[in-house]
Design a protein around this ligand. Structure first.
Ligand code: 15L
Length: 271
């Protein structure tokens, strides 16, 4: 088998740090790009320091790359200038570099906050579809809609394979009761990335990035269609997370919209 090269942007962040050991393979190079150097590089890892907004840096980083896992950018609510620059322009630059360098597939980290105002009420059996129309809850969510649109543009114009993952809550453990529905475990996150790497000519896709949570209300079908088979369930944390009455995912406004409390935060105020 020929050696694979995977470029991870935002590799020094929380998700990149969870992914690195889980994606390590003898026949694979992980190229780790971030504005600060990724710590403690292991055999098979290459460290690149630079910004996803710089085209020259990105074209150089994309050389010989099979798949890009694009995590780099702003991960919280921030000013409009900040999220447009880091997320929309940063993703455009990453896609343009992928095109120039002939990269096969780009996985884009979108977010549940691109559709954060979607209500739990009235969703079809099987869950909220992964291609639910944009309903951003924040400027951050708006920038994630822009990321998805940038991916669509490059797929339609140039035939680039682009998989946008509307990530739920990708953390070591579910963050609070909402996480019982939205959690993406570290191991399932790696399974999802492996499915994106293995997908042959997927074209443009939107999928949800969550685990097989008992209380999920987001569809897994679109992820399963590219081979994602999540094994973890936030339910194993339910006893720790639920204090008192059972949570009401149908009526509680903190739980029954995809974005949870992000629907109420002050727009443009850095978190
Ligand atoms: C996101 O998109 C954020 O990047 C992350 O920090 C979490 O807040 C996550 O969504 C979530 O909704 O739990």
């Amino acid at each position: 088998m020929t050696r694979q090269t995977i470029l991870i942007t935002g590799a020094a962040g929380g998700v990149g740090t969870l992914l690195r050991p889980r994606l390590a393979r003898e026949d694979r190079t992980l190229r780790l790009l971030d504005i600060v150097p990724a710590v403690d590089p292991q055999p098979g890892e290459e460290v690149v320091t630079g910004s996803v907004t710089d085209l020259d840096t990105m074209v150089a980083a994309c050389r010989g790359v099979d798949t890009i896992i694009h995590l780099g950018g702003q991960s919280r609510e921030h000013t409009i200038d900040n999220v447009l620059e880091l997320n929309v322009a940063g993703t455009y630059t990453t896609l343009e570099a992928a095109r120039i360098a002939g990269v096969g597939t780009v996985m884009l980290a979108s977010s549940n906050h691109a559709v954060g105002f979607s209500p739990r009420e009235g969703i079809p059996e099987g869950g909220l579809p992964a291609d639910t129309p944009a309903r951003p809850d924040t400027l951050y969510g708006l920038s994630k809609v822009g990321i998805e649109a940038a991916g669509r543009l490059f797929a339609d114009r140039y035939g680039l394979n682009v998989i946008c993952v509307r990530i739920g809550s990708w953390f070591p453990t579910p963050p609070g009761v909402r996480g019982l529905a939205t959690w993406l475990s570290p191991d399932d996150g790696a399974r999802l990335v492996e499915a994106c790497i293995a997908a042959e000519d997927p074209g443009y896709r939107l999928i949800w990035g969550i685990s097989r949570n008992t209380r999920r209300w987001f569809s897994l079908a679109e992820g399963e269609a590219i081979g994602y088979d999540p094994q973890d369930d936030a339910e194993s944390f339910a006893d720790q997370l639920i204090e008192g009455a059972e949570p009401d995912f149908i009526n509680d406004p903190e739980l029954n919209r995809a974005g949870g409390t992000w629907c109420e935060v002050e727009l443009g105020k850095p978190m």
